[in-house]
Every structure is written in structure tokens, then in C-alpha cells.
Design a protein around this ligand. Structure first.
Ligand code: DNO
Length: 403
């Protein structure tokens, strides 16, 4: 696998040399500063690539040894998700950005089709028994927010009486400060999610989706893909849709990238290698129904990028981000399946036989506990995760993967 690392750009407290020292060779980056829907211009991309790949602070400049391998993500404008009349203009702009990215040599492009909210957690500093901190999704907190803080119309219908009772008790125990933190965690936008909202803005955005069910939403994705996939094919771009995180409907919104069947229906829109997937084991793994090894066996050729992490699941739908090799995700089985897929790409003479991976979301540990870090992306936790995954991969390879 190609070891990559998500870097948030020059503002990231984790430096490019930190990443090199962690042993990664690939960078995953996006122009986060460009507002959703605007074109990513060639000069901006060339500049960013230069920053990633060359250290100009020394003379003569020297290569960092890193390569910009993956764009994560070019966000999809709401007019496309909502099938508004102006969507064609935004699709054209998306195509322009995609072509510009391809022209600087980055061929793997991640995107997602989650409406309104990107990845969602209720708690960003759940303390573990060794005092490390992890991200988690607590169903009771989530319902407390949805029903009692946001007071979404009809929210009660989405939950059982017991769930509501439990979350009402939780809500009553919360201080104002805790309520604000919960609200910010859910709607202010986690890193990589391009937008954050106030409560009023959030209500308004939800309202726009009132009449869009999964069926309609799938049609909106299909319209978009039918326009962009042929261009991606011409440009040698491999699109890689990211699964919904968590893989279930939130706030009554449509969710169409949560299950194996969902991924099959994306492929049914247009069966092309350019219309590919990001295998995020933590997102999909939050549902016990998703068999991740089956996912790799079924969609192997279409997997262009992997996010490797694990979750500990609870019966009520809550989950905690576990260590990379613990929790409910069988990392050994998944990496074995990915390595088999790589073997089959070699026999099929594919030029992309090494699949880029990144260790996704680490715990906050050691010195990082004293620092301000991007939730999920603190250096030392990711370094630990990546080292574990690297060791596991080597162990599997050395013990002889049946190619
Ligand atoms: C969080 C990530 C998300 C994801 C985007 C993809 O760590 O999984 O930011 O990258 O949703 O578009």
C-alpha cells in the first residue's frame, strides 16, 4: 500500500517534515480555503504542490520526499445535491477543478455526497482508561441535541420512547456549557467538513431537504456522476466516493452511501473504474451489517483509497473510535483482502496496483494532550496508528499472501 497522511495545508500544526518522519510518502490534501463550489485554479494547485513536494526554506531548495497523491475532497455544491436549476453551472465548475487537479498529476479524488453534515461526532474528547482521548458518537447525546436543543420538527418520530426518555434525562443533566459544546461538535464543522452552521442556519439547510428522499437523492447523484465520470475517464482520474459517517440517516436526511447495496447502486449508475470508492473502515464499520472483507472482495478493483481505523460499537448505535488494531474492525482480515486485491491488479497489469492508504483518526496521546490539535488528526496518535498498520502489513506480506 502507499502510505499517505492527511495534511490540512500550511495551517496544520503537523508539519510536512513531521509527516516524513512518520514514514509516509504520500500527502492527502485539499484547497480547504476555497469556498464550496468555487473553481480550484491551476496556479493555486501548482503553488500547493510545490509547497508539498519542495522545501524552499533552504538553499538550494530540496525535495521533501513527499508526493501529493490524493485530493480529499473536492466538495460537492448543494445545488447539485438538491438538483437546483443552477446545478449545471456548478457541475461545469467541478469538472474544471477536476481537470486542473489532474493536470498537476494528482489522479485520485475523494468526494462525498452527505447532505448538510459531513462526518459527525458528539464527543471530541472522550477519556479512555489510559487517559488518552478519542472521538465518539453517543446516541443519547445525539438524540438530546436533535430533539431538545435543535427541536427539529418531527424528530421524536425517529426514535423510540425509551431513547427519548433517556436523552431527556441526559439533556436535563447538561450544563449550558456542555450543551454549547455538544452543539458545536455536531454542527460547527469538524476538520475536512467544509461548512459549519449556527442553529438557525442549520434548521434552514435541513428544511431544503424536506422533500428529498433516498430515491430522489440517488437520482441527483446519478445526474452528477453521468456528467463527471466520462471526463474523469478522459483525464485518468479515479474518483473515490467516501461513505456516510456514521452510515445511517441523521436528522431525517437522505443517506445513500452507507451499505454494500448503496455502493452497488452507485456502480449501477455507470460502471467505470473512474467511478470508484474510498474504503473507510471506520465509517462503514460503525454498522455491524457492513461486512468489510466482503466489501473488498466485491468492489476491489474500484477501491482507489483506504482510510484505515477501527471503532468499538455499542448496541444503541453509539460508537467509540478505538485503536487501529483493536475494536470491532478486523484489520488483519481487511488488510489481507486489500493485499490480495493488489496482487490481482498486478496480474491484470494495472498501473495502480499499490492502493493509497492512510491511518485515519488517531487518539490524542502523550505530548499532544497539551497541544491544540485537529480532532482526529493529532500527530502522535496517527503516527502510532500508522506504525501499527505498517507492521501488520509487513507481517502479512512476509508470512506469504497467496497471490
Ligand atoms: C474525516 C473524514 C471526512 C472525509 C470527507 C470526505 O476524518 O473521514 O472528512 O474525508 O467526508 O469527503
Amino acid at each position: 500500500m502507499i502510505e499517505t497522511w492527511r495534511w490540512y495545508g500550511p495551517q496544520d500544526p503537523v508539519s510536512l517534515w513531521d509527516i516524513r518522519q512518520a514514514g509516509a510518502t504520500g500527502i492527502v490534501n485539499a484547497l480547504h480555503e476555497v469556498p464550496v463550489g468555487e473553481v480550484w485554479h491551476l496556479d493555486q494547485l501548482i503553488e500547493r504542490k510545490r509547497i508539498i513536494e519542495w522545501d524552499d526554506s533552504i538553499h538550494p531548495p530540496r525535495p521533501t520526499g513527499l508526493k501529493w497523491d490524493v485530493v480529499e475532497s473536492i466538495p460537492v455544491h448543494d445545488s447539485i445535491k438538491l438538483a437546483k436549476p443552477e446545478r449545471d453551472k456548478y457541475i461545469q465548475d467541478y469538472i474544471t477543478s477536476m481537470k486542473n487537479v489532474a493536470s498537476i498529476g494528482v489522479k485520485t479524488i475523494v468526494y462525498n455526497f452527505m447532505p448538510v453534515v459531513d462526518w459527525t461526532r458528539t464527543n471530541l474528547d472522550t477519556e479512555l482508561e489510559d487517559r488518552a482521548k478519542a472521538l465518539s458518537f453517543e446516541m443519547t447525546d445525539f438524540i438530546a441535541f436533535d430533539v431538545f436543543l435543535l427541536k427539529r420538527d418531527g424528530a421524536e418520530k425517529d426514535y423510540t420512547a425509551t431513547e427519548i426518555e433517556k436523552s431527556f434525562a441526559r439533556f436535563n443533566e447538561m450544563t449550558d456549557e456542555q450543551k454549547t459544546i455538544l452543539q458545536n461538535n455536531i454542527i460547527a464543522g469538524l476538520p475536512g467538513a467544509q461548512e459549519g452552521y449556527t442553529l438557525e442556519e442549520f434548521q434552514k439547510r435541513l428544511g431544503e431537504y424536506k422533500n428529498i428522499d433516498n430515491q430522489q437523492y440517488r437520482e441527483n447523484l446519478a445526474y452528477f456522476l453521468k456528467k463527471i465520470v466520462p471526463v474523469a475517464e478522459e483525464e485518468g482520474v479515479r474518483l473515490a466516493i467516501h461513505p456516510d459517517d456514521p452510515p445511517r440517516s441523521l436528522f431525517g436526511l437522505p443517506r445513500i452511501v452507507s451499505t454494500i447495496e448503496d455502493f452497488q447502486s452507485i456502480l449501477d449508475i455507470t460502471d467505470s473504474l473512474a467511478n470508484g470508492f474510498t474504503l473507510c473502515t471506520g465509517s462503514l464499520g460503525a454498522s455491524a451489517e457492513n461486512d468489510l472483507v466482503k466489501f473488498v472482495e466485491k468492489f476491489g478493483p474500484y477501491i482507489h483509497f483506504t482510510h484505515l481505523r477501527s471503532v468499538k460499537r455499542y448496541d444503541d448505535g453509539s460508537f467509540l473510535e478505538a485503536g487501529h488494531l483493536s475494536g470491532d474492525v478486523d484489520m488483519y482480515a481487511i488488510i489481507s483482502a486489500i493485499l490480495k486485491e493488489q496482487c490481482s491488479r498486478i496480474s491484470n497489469h494495472r498501473t495502480d496496483s499499490r492502493i493509497p492508504m492512510r491511518a485515519d483518526h488517531g487518539h490524542v496521546i502523550l505530548d499532544d494532550l497539551k497541544k491544540k490539535t485537529n480532532p482526529g488528526y493529532s500527530a502522535i496518535g496517527l503516527l502510532k496508528g500508522m506504525a501499527e498498520l505498517r507492521g501488520l502489513e509487513m507481517g502479512i506480506l512476509k508470512s506469504g499472501i497467496p497471490c
